[in-house]
Write a protein that binds this ligand. Structure first.
Ligand code: C2E
Ligand code: MG
Ligand code: MG
Ligand code: MG
Length: 278
């Protein structure tokens, strides 16, 4: 009986795996098509200084509206893009959109001092992808001076020395760097030591849990004072409530970003939003 049950569950397991695999392949081919058809759009989430709450910049976040499945979250398709060498294509389309929309708005460098884009660590590990990135940035003189690149520490950045060379070259050409989701990975401190970083972003899990866990609040305090010692800007992510904002202000955090102040929005709404806050 036990054997039969075991065999049954194994078959079920296989069936489920192949369904997942099929879905993955479908999503991959849809993603390829979406990229050739330029279906990707970008939304912008403002960031604010503390305590005065002035706009210090925006983070550009990619959006994919699938023709039949609706909006597909980046956390689903970015890993797939990374695995199949499509992340440079996404970066290219994000940079194009930012150039068309933000540079065109005339706000960049004035009411919006800076724009941050997310770049997959794989793009720094692969020389051809890195060449493509450099080329794109050189082709975007209206965007590059205000650009900051957010890198999330992942396993792929394990080859830190190789990536560091690439990152140093971009840094020398004036691009700023930020470590995203700071504190969640294993090499945060190594990145801080070895890379020319301007900013760190405290991960949302910390700004959420600091409200009811004193140890987490202590970690946030420590990250802020470490950022101060390294002369880095520190941004807290995922602020959803007034009490988080109050605590971070008391902790002398430099900047905040989150739904409580502003959600990610398309360029038309961003222009309106900036008009209201100015
Ligand atoms: P991230 O770079 O850490 O971006 C922050 C994410 O948190 C965004 O999700 C944003 O919409 C969301 N967020 C902002 N404020 C709040 C808040 O108050 N509460 C909550 N619960 N969430 C908040 P999104 O846009 O779904 O992006 C998810 C991740 O996908 C990003 O995390 C980033 O790692 C990646 N990603 C997004 N756009 C791009 C892109 O253009 N290129 C690459 N390579 N990765 C991207
Ligand atoms: Mg980010
Ligand atoms: Mg983040
Ligand atoms: Mg992230």
């Amino acid at each position: 009986r036990a054997k039969q049950h075991y065999r049954g569950s194994t078959e079920f397991h296989h069936a489920e795996l192949s369904l997942k695999e099929t879905q993955r392949r479908n999503l991959l081919s849809d993603l390829r098509l979406a990229l050739t058809q330029q279906q990707m759009t970008v939304v912008y989430q403002p960031q604010f200084s503390l305590p005065d709450q002035q706009v210090t910049g925006v983070e550009a976040l990619v959006r994919w509206q699938h023709p039949t499945k609706g909006a597909i979250p980046p956390d689903e398709f970015i890993p797939l893009a990374e695995e199949y060498g499509l992340s440079a294509e996404i970066t290219e389309q994000v940079i194009q959109r930012c150039t068309q929309e933000l540079a065109e708005s005339g706000l960049l460098g004035h009411a919006i001092p800076r724009v941050s884009i997310n770049i997959s660590a794989v793009e720094f590990n692969s020389p051809p992808l890195f060449e493509r990135l450099t080329h794109m940035l050189n082709q975007s003189p209206r965007l590059s001076p205000y650009l900051q690149i957010e890198i999330t520490e992942t396993a792929t950045l394990a080859n830190l020395q190789h990536s560091a060379d690439a990152i140093n070259r971009l840094h020398r050409s004036g691009i700023q760097f930020s470590i995203d989701d700071f504190g969640t990975g294993y090499t945060s401190l190594t990145m801080l030591k070895d890379l020319p970083v301007n900013e760190i972003k405290i991960d949302r899990s910390f700004t959420r849990d600091m409200m009811n866990q004193s140890q987490v609040a202590a970690i946030v305090t420590a990250i802020i004072s470490m950022a101060r010692a390294f002369d880095l800007t520190v941004v807290a992510e995922g602020i959803e409530q007034q009490d988080q904002l109050t605590l971070l202000t008391d902790m002398h955090c430099d900047e905040v970003q989150g739904y409580f102040m502003a959600t990610p929005m398309p360029i038309t709404e961003l222009i309106e939003f900036i008009g209201q806050t100015a």
